[in-house]
Ligand binder design. Structure first.
Ligand SMILES: NC(=O)c1ccc[n+]([C@@H]2O[C@H](COP(=O)([O-])OP(=O)(O)OC[C@H]3O[C@@H](n4cnc5c(N)ncnc54)[C@H](O)[C@@H]3O)[C@@H](O)[C@H]2O)c1
Length: 308
């Protein structure tokens, strides 16, 4: 029998993870207590299959290898890897992880997609907390490679190593955090930039669409292919990063105290909502998501050609 993945919670993130694991040739057993969850999951997988396949479907992979059960214990009984994606509520996650831990094979890894709850909190009632780890994806996980991997106080270093190797083996780009912290890393980075975007809108420097353009047609394009520190190596010209440090780091650091820290009032929220609706210009969220995913998949294809 081939390796089995358990998907716990099949909402936005769980359904996307299920698609990714199926495309990578696993048997997937999913569970979710919501009425209609199985039908919603199957229709998500059908809709996302082409995108997931473009990014790397393996021989033998099939949507037919998805099984759904309402019984959590049955879902994890034969899993080699459990990916938990239930709602972001600490008490729920603590109980759920304890139950998964109780029912999953002892050698399996239990990974949580949680965006902001640390594993030290979630593993509190597990009998084998050493095999629990955060595997935080970036939405949607069947398209975006990043997974942040970080343990809790009682996670074994080998579990983190195994999770890193496992995610890399299924086409993900795992990044290991050496310490756990609220919001992990990627969401903190988004929050840092978005604070300034909101400040600029609040101050009337830019409208919503112009602020989006200023990110996505400039720095965002570059960040899609290289990270900021490596880019500064290029920004430093012939002298590279050292020249950047000698000449450009000072002026940039001098800007930090003047960056915005906006108060999010109802008026400001309204301004952003109105701006986004105007920017969407009648395109539905599904249309926009399809447009985003098609471009991301093309970009990942380009990256794979240059950085195999
Ligand atoms: N949405 C994102 O962009 C995003 C990105 C990365 C990580 N995450 C994380 O993924 C997790 C799920 O988020 P989401 O956006 O998919 O939420 P969601 O609300 O779309 O899905 C949660 C699912 O869990 C189910 N559920 C409720 N109780 C459950 C239980 N006891 N056992 C199993 N399933 C249960 C719900 O029925 C629902 O289908 C959260 O921890 C969140 O922080 C979300």
């Amino acid at each position: 029998m081939s390796a089995q993945i358990a998907i716990i919670g099949t909402g936005t993130i769980g359904a996307s993870w299920a698609t990714h694991y199926l495309a990578r040739g696993f048997d997937v057993v999913a569970t979710d207590p919501a009425p209609g969850a199985e039908a919603a999951l199957r229709s998500y997988v059908d809709a996302a299959w082409d995108a997931a396949s473009t990014l790397g479907v393996v021989p033998g992979a099939s949507r037919d290898r998805l099984r759904f059960t309402a019984d959590l214990r049955e879902a994890v009984a034969d899993a080699v890897f459990v990916q938990e994606n239930a709602p972001e509520r600490p008490q729920l996650k603590v109980k759920l992880l304890a139950e998964i831990d109780d029912a999953a094979p002892v050698e399996s890894i239990i990974a949580s997609s949680s965006s902001a709850i640390t594993m030290s909190v979630m593993q509190a009632e597990c009998r084998r907390p050493e095999r629990t780890v955060i595997g935080h994806p970036f939405n949607p996980p069947h398209v975006i490679p990043l997974v942040e991997v970080v343990g809790g106080e009682r996670t074994a270093p080998e579990t983190i190593e195994r999770a890193m190797v496992f995610y890399a083996s299924i086409g993900k780009k795992p990044v290991r955090l050496r310490k756990e912290l609220p919001g992990h890393v990627a969401n903190r980075l988004q929050a840092a930039l978005y604070r300034e975007v909101v400040h600029l809108i609040d101050q009337g420097v830019l409208g919503v669409a112009d602020a989006d353009d200023a990110v996505s047609w400039g720095p965002g394009l570059r960040w899609g292919v290289m990270g900021p520190s490596l880019l500064w190596h290029l920004g430093g010209g012939e002298g590279g990063i050292q020249h950047f440090m000698d000449t450009l780091m000072g002026p940039m650091a001098a800007m930090w105290p003047a960056l915005g820290n906006p108060q999010v009032t109802p008026e400001l929220e309204h301004k952003i909502v109105e701006g986004v609706v105007a920017e969407a210009n009648g395109r539905s969220i599904d249309d926009l998501a399809a447009e985003r995913d098609a471009m991301l998949i093309a970009l990942e294809g380009v990256r794979a050609r240059y950085q195999p």
